[in-house]
Design a protein around this ligand. Structure first.
Ligand code: SF4
Ligand code: MSK
Length: 633
């Protein structure tokens, strides 16, 4: 097959798709083909089914076809309403994940399954939230901090706590725009209310509500998810691992961990290393238990335990096609329902664990946090016992894997930066070295490349092309989510990848001892990017929007990505999209998102499906910001 015709950048994906064809197994590519041409109305966002007078499809072309829905809603209203609901759904996913983590912290105890691993981080947060710490047991403090956090979801008055961390000019902008986020659940409910039949029809108002709700995600739920996960399970430090389906082991029990919530995956890691489980594995004839991660759960466990990365969102079906997966263990989000028919073709058990994400045909073993380790052991046991059922004639493990360094929390980045601090002049533990190289132009800028895979584009091609072009132009890249896994597979998370960087970035990588593309974690960990950018902005005494920094989602697909993109722009950072969002049916919404929003937030959305053209615009924008920053400093 010629390279351009490949649906993936990765040859092993092509090999496994071929294996699926030969075995008569349907994959997402077959279903994508069966969809034929996507619905033009849906693609442009002009289809409304909010009430039973509809569904109404209005024409995106002025003066041609139906211009209004039955209630009179215009294309602008319908597109903005649909966009707002995507933001609300994305915010709910990340924030409900955070709520679960907060509950886990509330049940943490010295002798329980969940303990407090980063006491220092907890104490800093307690102080920030004015929770008394003196003379108190660390677990009492944790429980009170968890209660304060849980109140952030539904408090009746005031605004959220985490936005206080933003640079002063940013907070002023939010206040003036009236988009300071209030309680997290409240923002989601308000959007659902305002987008119901006969409520808000004004597109600008709907987009402002979307911004406020997205901020309750980025500076609320997601930030809580990251912070609490660090406190309970440990703040990540750089860890060497391997990535791609070549990490699967023929002679071991292979367990695929997929989903998002570390309260399950952390316990599975513990259970899989339990002597009782390892003994059981030997008894069934396996040499051990091999865990491999998919999607954000993969990111969570790799950055804390070095668990190998099997691959991205797109590879969840392909991993099963290797024939060596004893169990796919999932919790919430990004789980294909098709894992049931695909695993049915093999011996693989597909185990769901969360009442929030039951999948038809899967084996449901509910994970009970109250007896977390025991619960996890029962799940791992089911996987181990399945080893004997492998169908030897169906096994194909691709050879490909790459070395990667994962686990750069903000704290870990600052620690790396400390390597170049002259302690006679400057204090350690700050972002000064980063600010200095940005100011001097050694680094032209920084990019956060995040998000999913989408069969509308060639798998991983845009991620990797954009990353390579940016680092070659001395733009340092930080990455999360499935974009990070694409980078890991392509070898860009290794220090060796510095040879692909421009001279300035090469020098920084060498001095600071980092790869040119830095793994910051899962999708909720995009808030680590917010923290890092805000720390540099505060250090330079400017706003986020003054910095030569961009956010990029080259292959996004999820509602969560819409919420993320919106909070990133609302935080003053431009967002570049490689997949067109369903908003093109409204001139007004397009104009606001790609133009007028800049007057409000200092940043806007850019969209181009050509990764090279998109990167050119990014680089130009970075230079434009640099010029303005120079005048300001
Ligand atoms: Fe149609 Fe209006 Fe009902 Fe939407 S809310 S389905 S546009 S009548
Ligand atoms: S897992 S949201 S496909 S990045 Fe977070 Fe990957 Fe996107 Fe899911």
């Amino acid at each position: 097959m010629s390279e351009e015709k490949m649906v993936s950048l990765d040859i092993i994906d092509e090999q496994l798709i071929k294996k699926a064809e030969q075995e008569g197994i349907e994959t997402m590519w077959d279903r994508k083909k069966a969809m034929k041409t996507p619905c033009g109305f849906g693609e442009q966002g002009v289809c409304c089914r909010i009430c039973a007078m509809g569904p109404c499809r209005v024409s995106p072309v002025e003066g041609k076809g139906a211009q209004r829905g039955i209630c009179g809603a215009t294309a602008d209203t319908i597109v903005a309403r649909n966009f707002a609901r995507m933001v609300a759904a994305g915010t709910s996913a990340h924030s409900d994940h955070a709520r679960d983590i907060a509950h886990v912290m509330h049940m943490a105890s010295r002798d329980g399954s969940y303990t407090i691993k980063d006491e220092k981080k907890l104490l800093v947060l307690a102080e920030e939230w004015e929770v008394k710490t003196e003379g108190r047991d660390i677990y009492d403090i944790a429980h009170e901090v968890a209660e304060v956090a849980l109140n952030e979801f539904g408090k009746p008055f005031g605004t959220l706590r985490f936005p206080e961390r933003a640079p002063e000019p940013r907070k002023k902008i939010w206040k003036e725009l009236g988009i300071e986020p209030r309680a997290i659940d409240r923002e989601i409910a308000t959007i659902m209310h305002s987008t119901s039949i006969g409520c808000t029809s004004d597109a600008e108002s709907l987009l402002k509500m979307s911004m406020r709700t997205s901020l309750s995600n980025g500076w609320g739920g997601s930030m809580m998810g990251s912070e609490f996960t660090d406190i309970i399970f440990g703040t990540p430090t750089p860890t060497v691992t391997e990535a791609n389906l070549g990490v699967l082991e023929e002679k071991q029990v292979n367990i695929l961990l997929h989903g998002h919530d570390p309260s399950l995956s952390e316990m599975i890691v513990m259970a899989a290393n339990d002597p009782e489980m390892l003994k059981l594995a030997q008894e069934v004839g396996a040499e051990g238990i091999n865990l491999a991660g998919i999607c954000c759960t993969g990111n969570e466990v790799t950055m804390r335990h070095g668990v190998k990365l099997a691959g991205t969102f797109y590879q969840q079906e392909l991993a099963v096609l290797t024939g060596v997966i004893e169990a796919v263990i999932v919790d919430v989000q990004c789980i294909f329902p098709s894992l049931t028919p695909v695993t049915d073709c093999y011996h693989t058990k597909f185990i769901t664990t969360s009442p929030k994400a039951k999948v038809t045909g899967a084996t449901h073993i509910e994970f009970n946090e109250a007896v977390a380790l025991e619960s996890a052991k029962a799940i791992v046991k089911a996987a181990v016992e399945n080893y004997a059922n492998r169908k030897q004639d169906k096994i194909f493990i691709p050879k490909s894997k790459a070395q990667a360094i994962t686990g750069y929390s903000v704290e870990a980045v600052v620690k790396q930066l400390d390597r170049v601090v002259n302690s006679h002049i400057d204090s350690q533990g700050t972002v000064k070295p980063l600010a200095d190289v940005l100011k001097a132009g050694v680094l032209r800028g920084a990019a956060g490349i995040v998000g999913c895979n989408n069969p509308k584009v060639r798998h991983e091609y845009s991620h990797i092309e954009i990353m390579k072009k940016l680092i070659a132009n001395d733009v340092i890249v930080v990455t999360t989510g499935c974009a990070a896994q694409a980078a890991a597979k392509a070898g860009l998370l290794s220090k060796d990848a510095a040879k692909l960087a421009g001279k300035g970035l090469q020098a920084v990588c060498e001095l600071v001892d980092i790869p040119p593309v830095i793994h910051l974690g899962s999708c909720v960990d995009n808030t680590r990017i917010l923290k890092l950018v805000s720390a540099v902005a505060k250090f330079m005494d400017v706003d986020n929007s003054d910095l030569p920094v961009v956010g990029v989602a080259p292959e996004w697909m999820s509602e969560k990505a819409v919420a993320i993109g919106t909070y990133v722009v609302s935080s003053g950072i431009d967002v570049f999209l490689g997949v067109v969002p369903p908003v093109t049916g409204s001139k007004e919404v397009m104009d606001i998102l790609t133009n007028k929003i800049e007057d409000m937030t200092g940043a806007k959305f850019f969209v181009d499906t050509d990764p090279h053209a998109l990167t050119d615009v990014m680089l130009a924008r970075i230079e434009e910001k640099r010029e303005k920053l120079e005048q300001k400093l």
